[in-house]
Design a protein around this ligand. Structure first.
Ligand SMILES: C[S@@+](CC[C@H](N)C(=O)[O-])C[C@H]1O[C@@H](n2cnc3c(N)ncnc32)[C@H](O)[C@@H]1O
Length: 188
């Protein structure tokens, strides 16, 4: 297993960031919701995936990160297509659910302890057939290693992965590039 992950990482190490772009572009998404902006790297990848006609709504706890991400998206030519909502993502998600906004692609990449709740809200906000991607689901590979000392997010991610795999409203797979991503399609 470790050997397999090392092989994939060695061959695809430069493609890790590209994955969001590739998956959002393949899915044809135009209205994307991201949870966790930081410096805007994933936001730029997602925007490259949807091109000139799409929009990105990005939820970020810290105002300074939202400002940094916005400045980087502006430099990349997408400043006018992104909206940042600052503060705890769970509150922003509740506001979005009430506002009747709907999205066709989601990228979950914030605090791991809330992934299950983020997933539930993303499903509520999803158009039929929408795609939900969650990052870091392998927790450094520790989810698969029963003998290794658990890392900080090992159990959280094991539980999250089971939820995703067994969710009646989702069809899902796990891509083991980098720290692993689940990719789920919301059933129509
Ligand atoms: C791993 S970083 C995101 C990286 C970014 N998606 C990228 O790939 O470029 C996680 C981000 O989630 C934000 N975050 C953490 N807890 C959060 C919360 N409760 N609500 C919203 N954002 C949160 C952090 O401030 C941080 O910017």
């Amino acid at each position: 297993m470790k050997q397999m992950n090392s092989y994939i990482d060695s061959v695809f190490s430069n493609e890790d960031d590209l994955l969001e772009e590739v998956v959002s572009s393949i899915s044809g998404a135009k209205h994307v919701l991201e949870i966790g902006a930081l410096g805007g790297d994933s936001g730029i990848c997602l925007a490259r995936g949807f091109g000139k006609e799409g929009t990105l709504t990005s939820l970020e706890l810290k105002k300074e990160y939202a400002e940094l991400a916005h400045s980087n998206l502006t430099k990349a030519g997408f400043g006018g297509q992104v909206t940042y909502m600052t503060g705890a993502a769970l509150q922003s998600l509740e506001q979005l659910v009430k506002s009747d906004k709907r999205f066709d692609f989601f990228f979950i990449d914030a605090d791991k302890g809330n992934y299950e709740q983020y997933l539930t809200h993303c499903i509520e906000l999803a158009k039929p057939g929408a795609v939900i991607v969650a990052d870091n689901v392998l927790a450094g590979g520790s989810v698969a290693d029963q003998k290794a000392a658990p890392r900080r997010h090992t159990e959280v991610m094991r539980t999250f992965n089971k939820t995703v795999a067994q969710h009646p409203q989702l069809e899902s797979l796990l891509i083991p590039i980098g720290d692993g991503m689940t990719v789920s399609k919301v059933k129509k």
